[in-house]
Design a protein around this ligand. Structure first.
Ligand code: SF4
Length: 876
C-alpha cells in the first residue's frame, strides 16, 4: 500500500475521462505523462489524456457561488440550497426532492450525495448520469450473479485467444485498452479480434472479423451462439451443474432464436458460422461490451445473453476468459459501489434483501432512510417537469445535452421550481436554468478516489489550488446537510474520513456473501490514504480476497443464473433510418474540457452525420442534412458518405452543445424510451427521417474572436488554434446581406477587408487584414464546397502572413493543399500520411518513421491502418 515516490514536481493522479482509469503524472505547469507504474495504462495515454495539461487553465470556470444570477457568499448560497430543499419537502413530502449526479464525481463525493439523499432527505430520488452509460450492465450482473460484479481484469484481454468487442468502439472510446490489445496481438498474432457493431468503426481496422449486425439484434446473435455451443458439446457440464441454474429455460429461448438467426441479425451466414465456430473452439475468450449493448430497450437482455454464453462454457473467472462490461465514465464504478443509482443502496446492499437496509440505516444513524428505490433518470426529469419534484440538485453533469428527448429535459429544467447546479464550469447548457450555482473543484484540484472498469481503486490527487472560490463536492454536500440539521453525521474533515466510512460499510454483515468488500481499507490513516497505490477490490478485513471472481463458482447468489432472453424485433419498415449516437476519438461528453484544446478539435471540428452512400437520399458528401426524430425534433449536421455504415443506419456524435452548435444536438431527436429492467435510455435506436438542408448560402468564418453560434441560422463553432475560432455557417438570407452583417461584427479599427466577390456565382470572400496579417477570413458561397479551413486557421494562429491571392483562395500559393489533421500529437494531416503510403511506407512503423503520425499516443493508429489498406503505393 506504500506509494511510489512521484517524480520531482509531478503528482500521481488519475485521468478524468474514460473508464479505463489511466494513471497520470501531472504538474501545475502543464506537464502530463502516463504513469508507468499504474496497472491500467503502464505509462500510456490516449490523445485526450496527453492533452490534459492543456486543460488546466479552463476558461469558463464557475468561480463564485451565485443565487438567482447574482454573486453570493458561500454561506448565503448554501443557506438558499438548504431552504429550497426544506421548503420542497414541506410542500411535497420526502420524495419532492431529487439529486442528479455524475460519473465524474469522486467516490467520496458520490458517497456523500447518496448519504444525504437516501439517508437523511429520506428519498430514493438520486440517480446518476451513469444510468445513461452502463445501468443495463449493472442489471445484467445482478440478474446473473446476484451482485453487480465485473469478474474480468484488463490482463484477461492480453491473455485471451479470442476477443469479441460488442457495441464498443474501443479504439476511440477506451483507446489505451485498445492499444493494450493491439500490443498483445502484435506479440501473439494468433489472437483473434472480432467486432460486433453495425458500423465499421476504427476498432474494426485489423480485426479478423467484423459482424455488421442489425441494430438491436444482439440477443439473437448470442442466443444463436448459446444454442450452437450446447448443440456442439461445448457446455462445461461440471461448472453448469455445480454453479448455475436456469439452463433448460435459457436453452429453450436460445434455440427459438437460433433457428432464424441470420434473418434476425442480418449477418452473412458464413460470417455468423465463423464467429460461432471460433467462439466454440477457443477456451480463452473475452467478450467485452459497452454502450452499443447497454443503450438499448433490450440492453439488460443483451448483456445477459453474453453472460449466458460464458456461464454455459465455464469461461469465466479464468485468465483470458470472461464477460467484461467496460464503463464509459471515469468513476461509474465508484458510483455503483456507493449506491448512487436510484435503485440500489450503498455498498452493494439492496432494499430487497432482508436486513440490508437496516445495515445502512444503522451505519449512517439514519432512521429516515429511504423506504425504497427512487426515480431513474428519464422518470426523474418527467417528475420535475410535472412539478412533483420541488427541488433538484444537478452535480457535475449536463443533462440538457446528454439526456434523450432533449427539448423536454430542457423544458423541465426551465420549469424546475428550484434548481441547484454544482459544477466546475459556468458555461454548460444546464447552468443557465439554475437558481443557485455552486462552483465545484476541477480535475486538477480534487482529491479522492475513483474505481475503473477492472475494479481498481486509484487516488485522484489535487495538484493545483482551487480556482476562485471553488470547493470540493463532498464539502458542499456536508455543508448543506449541516444546515438541514445533520451536521454531526456529515462532520468529515476530508475525503479520507469519507472513504473510511464507505469502506467500513462494505464489511458490515458481510461474511463473504457480498463480493464488494473493501473493509480491509477502513482502518487507513490519512497518511496511508494519501499514499494509497492502485488497489483492486475486494480487500476484506478478514480472510483472503479471491484472486479471481467466479472461476470456482462462489457467486454472490450461490448459483449464477442463466437468464432466458428472447430477441425482440424492432419496427424498421417506416422508411426511416436508425440513429446510432456515440463518441468521437478526441472528445469527451459535452466538450466542456476537450473542446478547449485546439488540437483535440482538429480531428472533427464540426458535427458530422455518417451515412451509407446508398442511404444518402441523393444528398452530396459534405452537404448539410437534417434528421428529424422524436416528435419532429430535428438536428442539422454535415453529411459524410461512409461505406462502413450499415445500410439503414446513420451515426452522429452526441458531443455538440448549445454553446457550440445548438442545431446539432442529436439527443433531442431520441425518444425517452428505456430498457424496462435497467431504466437505461435507448440512445442508439431512434428512428429518424433524413432530408437535405438547403440554406441560401454556406460559409465559414475563421477569426480571432468567438462570435458564437448565434451569427447564422446554422452554425458550429470550434477552437482552431490559440485564440482562433472556426465558425461553420449556413443561412437563409441573401448571401451578400449575410456577408455584410457578419463582417460588421468584426473589429475594423486599423484593418481593412480584401474581397473577392462574384454575385452571379453567389461567391463572397473576404480577408480582414491588419498590417499585412490576416485577422479573419469570411467565405460564403451558394454551394457547400468551400476551401479547407485548416490552412487559414493555422495562419491566424501562427500570426503568419501570406499573399492576398492565396488568402482569398484559402490555400498556400505553393505547396500541397491542406487536408484534415489525422495525428493530433504531431499535427500530421491525412494527406501527409497518404503521401507517405504512396511513397512506399507499407506499415504503421514505416508511416511513423516517415511522418511521425501514430508515434505519440497511438489513438490514430487504426485510422492509419485504414489508409494503409485503402491507399495504393505508387510504383517506382
Ligand atoms: Fe484517459 Fe485515454 Fe486513459 Fe481513457 S484511455 S483514462 S481517456 S488516457
Amino acid at each position: 500500500m506504500d506509494a511510489l515516490p512521484s517524480p520531482p514536481g509531478l503528482t500521481r493522479t488519475t485521468c478524468p475521462y474514460c473508464g479505463v482509469g489511466c494513471g497520470v503524472l501531472a504538474a501545475p505547469d502543464g506537464r502530463v505523462a502516463g504513469d508507468p507504474d499504474h496497472p491500467a495504462n503502464r505509462g500510456r495515454l490516449c490523445s485526450k489524456g496527453t492533452a490534459l495539461g492543456e486543460t488546466l487553465d479552463l476558461p469558463g470556470r464557475l468561480l463564485h457561488p451565485e443565487v438567482r444570477g447574482k454573486r453570493a457568499s458561500w454561506d448565503a448560497a448554501l443557506d438558499a440550497v438548504a431552504e429550497g430543499f426544506r421548503r420542497a419537502q414541506a410542500e411535497l413530502g420526502r420524495d419532492g426532492v431529487a439529486l442528479y449526479v455524475s460519473g465524474q464525481l469522486l467516490t467520496e463525493d458520490y458517497y456523500a450525495a447518496n448519504k444525504l439523499a437516501k439517508g437523511f432527505l429520506g428519498t430514493g430520488n438520486i440517480d446518476s448520469n451513469s444510468r445513461l452509460c452502463m445501468a443495463s450492465a449493472v442489471a445484467a450482473h445482478r440478474r446473473a450473479f446476484g451482485e453487480d460484479v465485473v469478474p474480468g481484469i484488463y490482463e484477461d484481454l492480453e491473455a485471451a485467444d479470442l476477443i469479441v468487442l460488442v457495441g464498443s468502439n474501443l479504439a476511440w472510446c477506451h483507446p489505451v485498452l485498445f492499444q493494450r490489445i493491439a500490443a498483445a496481438r502484435a506479440q501473439r498474432p494468433s489472437t483473434r479480434l472480432v467486432i460486433v457493431d453495425p458500423r465499421r468503426t476504427s476498432s474494426a481496422e485489423g480485426a479478423d472479423l467484423h459482424l455488421a449486425i442489425r441494430p438491436g439484434s444482439d440477443v439473437a446473435l448470442f442466443n444463436a451462439l448459446l444454442a450452437h455451443l450446447d448443440a456442439g458439446g461445448f457446455r462445461d457440464p461440471a461448472f453448469v451443474e455445480a454453479h448455475t441454474e436456469g439452463l433448460d429455460a435459457t436453452l429453450a429461448a436460445a434455440r427459438a432464436d437460433a433457428a432464424d438467426a441470420t434473418a434476425r441479425t442480418g449477418l452473412d451466414p458464413a460470417d455468423l458460422a465463423t464467429f460461432l465456430n471460433w467462439f466454440a473452439s477457443t477456451p480463452r475468450v473475452v467478450t467485452l461490451w459497452s454502450q452499443g449493448i447497454n443503450q438499448s430497450e433490450t440492453g439488460t437482455d443483451g448483456a445477459n445473453a453474453i453472460i449466458n454464453a460464458h456461464l454455459l462454457t465455464g469461461r469465466i473467472g479464468k485468465a483470458g476468459a470472461g464477460p467484461f462490461s467496460i464503463t464509459g465514465q471515469p468513476n461509474a464504478m465508484g458510483g455503483r459501489e456507493v449506491g448512487a443509482l436510484a435503485n440500489i443502496l450503498a455498498g452493494h446492499l439492496d432494499w430487497s434483501v432482508p436486513g440490508e437496509a437496516d445495515l445502512v440505516r444503522t451505519h449512517w444513524n439514519a432512521p429516515n432512510l429511504a423506504a425504497g428505490p427512487g426515480l431513474k433518470a428519464v422518470d426523474l426529469f418527467r417528475a420535475v417537469s410535472a412539478g412533483w419534484i420541488g427541488a433538484l440538485w444537478v452535480m457535475a453533469t449536463n443533462p440538457a445535452v446528454s439526456m434523450p428527448d432533449g427539448e423536454a429535459v430542457r423544458n423541465a429544467l426551465a420549469r424546475a421550481r428550484f434548481l441547484v447546479v454544482s459544477d466546475c464550469m459556468a458555461t454548460t447548457d444546464t447552468m443557465p436554468h439554475a437558481h443557485v450555482r455552486l462552483p465545484a473543484l476541477g480535475w486538477a484540484e480534487k482529491s479522492g478516489t475513483v474505481t475503473n472498469s477492472e475494479r481498481v481503486i486509484s487516488r485522484q490527487r489535487g495538484f493545483m489550488r482551487p480556482a476562485g472560490e471553488a470547493r470540493p463536492d463532498w464539502w458542499i454536500i456536508a455543508e448543506v446537510a449541516a444546515r438541514l440539521g445533520w451536521g454531526a453525521d456529515f462532520a468529515w474533515n476530508g475525503p479520507a474520513a469519507i472513504f473510511r466510512e464507505h469502506a467500513a460499510l462494505t464489511g458490515l454483515g458481510n461474511g463473504g456473501q457480498r463480493a464488494f468488500d473493501i473493509s480491509g481499507l477502513a482502518g487507513m490513516t490519512d497518511a496511508e490514504y494519501d499514499a494509497m497505490v492502485p488497489t483492486r477490490w475486494p480487500v476484506p478485513a478478514a480472510g483472503a480476497a479471491p484472486a479471481r471472481f467466479f472461476g470456482n463458482g462462489a457467486f454472490p447468489a450461490g448459483r449464477a443464473r442463466l437468464v432466458p432472453v428472447s430477441h425482440r424485433a424492432r419496427a424498421e419498415d417506416d422508411g426511416r433510418l436508425t440513429l446510432l449516437t456515440g463518441r468521437l476519438r478526441d472528445q469527451w461528453h459535452t466538450m466542456t474540457r476537450t473542446g478547449g484544446v485546439p488540437r483535440l478539435m482538429a480531428h472533427a471540428p464540426e458535427p458530422v452525420l455518417a451515412v451509407h452512400p446508398a442511404d444518402a437520399r441523393g444528398i452530396e458528401d459534405g452537404a448539410l442534412a437534417r434528421i428529424a426524430g422524436h416528435e419532429g425534433a430535428s438536428a442539422v449536421l454535415r453529411l459524410r458518405h461512409d461505406a462502413g455504415q450499415r445500410r439503414g443506419t446513420v451515426f452522429a456524435p452526441m458531443h455538440w452543445t448549445a454553446q457550440a452548435a445548438p442545431a446539432a444536438r442529436v439527443n433531442g431527436t431520441v425518444p425517452p424510451a428505456f430498457d424496462p429492467v435497467s431504466g437505461q435510455p435507448a440512445l442508439k435506436s431512434a428512428r429518424v427521417a433524413l432530408s437535405a438542408f438547403t440554406p441560401a448560402w454556406h460559409g465559414f468564418l475563421v477569426a480571432r474572436r468567438d462570435l458564437g453560434p448565434g451569427i447564422a441560422d446554422w452554425a458550429a463553432v470550434a477552437l482552431a488554434g490559440e485564440n482562433v475560432w472556426r465558425h461553420e455557417l449556413a443561412g437563409a438570407e441573401a448571401p451578400a446581406e449575410a456577408f455584410a452583417r457578419i463582417a460588421a461584427l468584426l473589429p475594423v479599427e486599423g484593418a481593412e477587408w480584401a474581397r473577392l466577390e462574384d454575385p452571379a456565382a453567389g461567391l463572397y470572400r473576404g480577408v480582414l487584414l491588419r498590417g499585412g496579417r490576416a485577422e479573419a477570413a469570411l467565405f460564403l458561397g451558394a454551394q457547400h464546397r468551400l476551401p479547407p479551413r485548416d490552412w487559414l486557421a493555422g495562419l491566424l494562429a501562427s500570426g503568419g502572413s501570406a499573399p492576398v491571392g492565396a488568402l482569398l483562395a484559402g490555400r498556400p500559393a505553393d505547396g500541397p493543399p491542406p487536408s484534415p489533421t489525422l495525428c493530433v500529437c504531431h499535427g500530421v494531416s491525412q494527406e501527409a500520411v497518404r503521401g507517405a503510403i504512396r511513397g512506399g511506407a507499407c506499415s504503421l512503423a514505416a508511416v511513423g518513421e516517415a511522418t511521425r503520425a501514430g508515434t505519440g499516443c497511438g489513438s490514430c493508429r487504426p485510422e492509419i491502418a485504414a489508409l494503409l489498406a485503402a491507399v495504393e503505393p505508387v510504383p517506382v
